[in-house]
Design a protein. Structure first.
Length: 288
């Protein structure tokens, strides 16, 4: 299994059988119970058969339930230490939280998301993607909603170092950019779910046109990942009060930064000239 067991459990739910989904929900609802639960007790809690519990563990890549429980125990222990270090009792956001508690919890979630994203990043894929961008004649980015913000952020950064990069919040314009791609183009798509139709369609068109395509998504087995030439994962934890949306955005922006900095390293000889030129162009727009 790649990554933390609870995050992996959340990510795999769309591909599980109904009975296995019930097991996953039982584990996510009460990880501390699952750490000490036998196959029988977890099956009873999830209202499924013992075989379903075993299949659930194997779906995550474990040899069986005992190895799953060992990994879960380690993660629950790590999380308890992280919560204590962050001086919060529990990580979920609640309507009753004071402003101070809310700020501490959001900071905890976002910091943890960035750390986890960096730890789980496929460095070989990162290098392949960065070199493709550095060598491209043109880059295009796709994304809608919050993912569109991450796509625009990466495009703006690449433009500042002299890379021709097109980005638009209009999905029809994104399709136009995809249709005009060719073998000298790198197309980068952001979608946390990996199932956003507009983004998937843009990647398919760009791929058909010969572009090197990149998926930045939470689900490495999603349709978007399957359609792309290379994939970078953006893990994020779910929580109440839309904390998952905050975490997914932070993960996407972190990956955008990882990609940008590596591209900048690869283009280092030209970096100073590009930054100086773009900085000079905007400096006159500042009051001081």
């Amino acid at each position: 299994m790649d990554g933390d067991v609870l995050e992996a459990t959340r990510a795999i739910i769309p591909r599980l059988r109904p009975a296995e989904v019930q097991v996953a929900r039982a584990v996510l609802d009460d990880p501390s119970f699952a750490v000490t639960a036998t196959v029988t007790s977890l099956a009873e809690r999830a209202s499924v058969s013992q075989a379903s519990v075993v299949r659930f563990a194997k779906s995550l890549g474990f040899a069986g339930y005992p190895s799953f429980r060992v990994e879960l125990a380690q993660e629950v222990s790590r999380r308890a230490i992280e919560l204590e270090r962050s001086n919060i009792a529990e990580g979920e956001l609640n309507p009753s939280d004071s402003p101070a508690e809310m700020v501490a919890k959001v900071a905890f979630h976002e910091a943890r998301t960035i750390e986890q994203t960096g730890r789980m990043l496929d460095l070989e894929a990162l290098e392949r993607i960065a070199r493709a961008i550095a060598d491209s004649e043109r880059v295009v980015t796709f994304g809608v909603g919050a993912s569109g913000l991450a796509a625009a952020d990466l495009a703006q950064k690449l433009q500042r170092i002299g890379i021709m990069c097109l980005s638009s919040h209009d999905t029809h314009v994104q399709l136009v950019h995809a249709a005009l791609a060719d073998a000298r183009t790198t197309a980068i798509a952001f979608s946390f779910s990996g199932g956003t139709i507009d983004v998937l369609r843009a990647v398919e068109i760009a791929s058909d046109a010969g572009a090197f395509t990149v998926a930045i998504t939470n689900d490495t087995e999603s349709p978007l990942a399957a359609a792309a030439s290379a994939t970078l994962r953006t893990p994020a934890r779910e929580a109440t009060l839309r904390a998952a949306a905050l975490a997914s955005r932070m993960a996407q922006l972190a990956v955008a930064d990882f990609v940008f900095i590596r591209v900048a390293q690869l283009r280092y000889p030209d970096l100073d000239a590009a930054l100086s030129a773009t900085r000079a162009a905007v400096n006159t727009q500042h009051l001081r």
